[in-house]
Design a protein around this ligand. Structure first.
Ligand SMILES: [Zn+2]
Length: 323
């Protein structure tokens, strides 16, 4: 009907295209995951994730200050402790690897801290919960999660992010935070967390591969999407402040549904395997690096308010603009 529309579109310059674009990569809403390894002083590269390191005890603080200086507004902290046992004891000590990092980072930057809350880096089984025989025991695990949440809050974290997918974990943590006087500490629920093959590189990064069994009994089946809405609803009702879908790229339909169904801020976690696929293909010249912006934009376009991505540092440091 309006044949000239097509002609005009052809004449759009880049500036006009930017002006009319419906979505942009919102750098202020991007979160950089950071691994802190208590066993090393200096950072070590993670083989399968080029450009990503486990930070050592001697250099994590300057690394995080560097992130803040380049404009990164938020980090998601994971710890690798120097000792593991069947109770995950090192996860809930006031001088634990993450508790100390929270205090140090809060004392020296304005960056928002999200502290991942789970046991899989801290148990010798590599499971997200405490074992009773061959099974993960939900209720004793919740007792441990409460202790972790309290010590994180005491250290000064802004947000705790329970990722273990135990039943009732958000309610238990909310209750613990209220009781111990931390009603301003927020909870980001890993609400819809799928049992995904895309977590492989993370398990190398966080030294958290399950030593016995797997996690399919408490993570979601990738063939299901309505189940995700049930999990999201439960987390909301239990008192989560931010909901999450994880992974992101293979689950954009779930993210979209979640965005349309809930009014809470929605986070999407673009996981290690997504980074690995794209980063290695770009590094080897098989894909143009434009796919980095394309992939992150697709997550915002699907409805994410907050995007957790290993590309955060790359993007904020100007990696997309370099020739
Ligand atoms: Zn876990």
């Amino acid at each position: 009907m309006f044949p000239e529309t097509r002609m005009r579109r052809l004449r759009y310059g880049n500036l006009l295209r930017d002006f009319l674009s419906e979505t942009r990569i919102n750098e202020e809403k991007m979160v950089m995951p950071v691994f802190i390894d208590e066993n090393i002083r200096k950072r070590k590269p993670i083989e399968s994730m080029p450009g990503i390191f486990r930070q050592g005890t001697g250099d994590y603080l300057s690394y995080i200050q560097g992130l803040a200086d380049m404009g990164v507004k938020s980090i998601l902290l994971f710890g690798i402790p120097s000792s593991k046992d069947s109770s995950g004891t090192s996860a809930f000590q006031s001088n634990g690897v993450i508790q100390r990092a929270i205090k140090d980072v809060k004392a020296s930057t304005e960056i928002t801290i999200i502290a991942d809350l789970c046991l899989c880096e801290y148990t010798d089984t590599g499971q997200c919960g405490l074992m009773k025989g061959h099974y993960v025991d939900n209720d004793s695990t919740l007792v441990a999660y409460r202790k972790i949440a309290r010590t994180y809050a005491e250290a000064g974290t802004d947000i705790v992010a329970p990722s273990g997918m135990m039943d009732g974990q958000v309610a238990a943590i909310r209750d613990e935070l209220e009781k111990s006087g931390f009603s301003n500490t927020l909870i980001m629920g890993y609400s819809a967390k799928y049992a995904s093959g895309l977590y492989g590189p993370f398990r190398e990064a966080a030294d958290s591969a399950p030593q016995v069994g797997d996690r399919r009994s408490y993570q979601m089946d990738y063939r299901n999407s309505r189940e995700a809405l049930r999990e999201l609803k439960l987390d909301m009702e239990e008192g989560a402040d931010i909901l999450m879908v994880k992974p992101a790229l293979f689950y954009l339909d779930v993210l979209r549904e979640a965005r349309l169904s809930f009014t809470l801020p929605m986070a999407a976690y673009s996981v290690s395997g997504e980074y690995t696929m794209i980063r290695n293909a770009v590094d080897q010249g098989f894909l143009s690096k434009d796919v980095i912006a394309e992939s992150i934009s697709s997550i915002f376009r699907a409805g994410a308010d907050i995007v957790i991505s290993y590309f955060t540092e790359y993007i904020l440091s100007g990696g997309l603009e370099e020739q």
